[in-house]
Design a protein around this ligand. Structure first.
Ligand SMILES: [Zn+2]
Length: 424
């Protein structure tokens, strides 16, 4: 991690007055119109000349637009408008990247006001300023032409304000601030090591350096919120008339429930990852392979892949428990406390196929939840076994065996016991 720029995002809810609400709406509309106009400019230019417009080209067009038509110059801050052009540029970059990779991505779309996510500001003080309350609890956002907006929320740690996004979701306004928090303040309480894998029954399954299980259960409210959202989904799909008021209300209830669940899960993930990072000096896991695991195993209708049913079920579980979010939070916090974050090379190491006791490889299908080694007879649940393999590799304690093409990891980390042995 970059030690000089330790950036962190934190979100506040904005409470505009009715007058400010109208102004925010028109600001949002001006950015949406700019986005769509810039998209049209790109398409037009491509059709007429076969040339691709770049971000810099479009910034030049914006300058002309602001000079010739004062309503564009008055509508919004210039660097903020540039950020909207940047947003479109990113959409195109992602599109071309996926085309190049042989995928079939959707072409960047014109966005309706409802679907337009918001707008951004770059340099603090350029058209906007955020003043936090005491201890970074709540605060005020001053926007040029709108005055002071009330912001409610709490940053876990304050810092220098760098950039911001004003987001519009489900009729509510949010401020997402990017803070440079400088040197982190968190402290670690122990020098333990652990490796983890995603559980199916539990949220996370792991082992620590002493061989003890580390388990993190799904919170109890998880299932009931899932059921609740399912009910709301069914209620929406029962209302066939797309224009009816009752359907609109049902959609609103659903999206509110989803937002609430997402917030609750994020809070939970923050708490749990903070707890883990306080305790472990080394945390190891497999390279993030969620994209691989969740990529449909189905193949096509004509040529279905193998293990479709299991994998579909597994996909749901994986997507459901949101490991990507959890992993990135945990990684961030482990590094902040000066700990080590290790990602084991899944393809070479094959943790789910390998016996943690004798290191022999044996193919296991996804439905086999138990590891039972044909070589040495070692038996334990699959998730635990693969976490143990990852931890062994990360700590370099896999019985001194050189793994073909994997080698041992170079590590500054020492387990509490090996550090002690060296002293004696
Ligand atoms: Zn074995």
């Amino acid at each position: 991690m970059d030690m000089e720029r330790n950036l962190r995002k934190t979100t506040f809810r904005l409470y505009p007055t009715p007058k400010q609400e109208v102004a925010l709406q028109s600001l949002l509309r001006s950015h949406q119109q700019l986005y769509n106009a810039a998209l049209e400019e790109r398409i037009d230019c491509w059709r007429k000349t076969g040339k691709r417009l770049s971000y810099a080209d479009q910034c030049k067009s914006l300058t002309v637009l602001r000079r010739e038509l004062p309503e564009w110059a008055e509508a919004a801050n210039c660097s903020s408008q540039q950020m909207t052009l940047r947003r479109l540029d990113k959409a195109f970059a992602a599109f071309f990247r996926r085309v190049k990779a042989g995928q079939a991505p959707g072409f960047p779309r014109f966005k309706s006001l409802q679907r337009f996510p918001g707008f951004s500001f770059k340099t603090h003080g350029d058209g906007w300023r955020f003043t936090p309350g005491a201890d970074w609890r709540h605060g005020t956002l001053r926007l040029l032409g709108l005055g002071h907006l009330r912001a409610r929320g709490q940053a876990r740690q304050g810092g220098d304000v760098r950039a911001s996004d004003v987001l519009h979701r489900d009729g509510k306004w949010y401020l997402s601030l990017t803070l440079d928090i400088g040197t982190p303040q968190r402290q670690r309480t122990s020098n333990a090591a652990m490796a983890f894998d995603w559980g199916v029954e539990t949220f996370l399954t792991g082992v620590d350096h002493a061989g003890e299980d580390v388990r993190l259960d799904n919170p109890r409210w998880w299932q009931s919120e899932k059921d609740h959202i399912k009910e709301l989904q069914q209620s929406v799909s029962r209302k066939r008339n797309k224009r009816s008021n009752r359907r609109r209300k049902a959609v609103q209830r659903l999206s509110r429930a989803r937002a609430k669940t997402a917030r609750r899960r994020l809070d939970w993930a923050h708490q749990q990852t903070a707890k883990l990072a306080r305790h472990y000096a080394l945390v190891a896991t497999e390279e993030l392979r969620i994209a691989n695991m969740t990529r449909s195993a189905a193949g096509t209708m004509e040529e279905p892949g193998r293990g479709v049913a299991q994998k579909a079920g597994l996909n749901r579980e994986i997507l459901d428990t949101a490991p990507a979010l959890f992993t990135s939070l945990l990684r961030c916090k482990v590094l902040e406390t000066g700990g080590e974050w290790v990602e084991a090379p899944t393809r070479k190491l094959k943790p789910s196929q390998r016996c943690p006791a004798c290191w022999a490889l044996a193919i296991k299908s996804l439905s086999m939840r138990m590891h039972a080694c044909a070589e040495c007879g070692h038996t334990e649940p699959r998730d635990l076994a693969s976490a143990r393999v990852v931890l062994s590799w990360a700590m370099g304690t896999h019985h001194g065996q050189e793994l073909a093409g994997i080698g041992t990891r170079e590590r500054p980390y020492e387990t509490p016991s090996s550090a002690q042995q060296r002293v004696e």
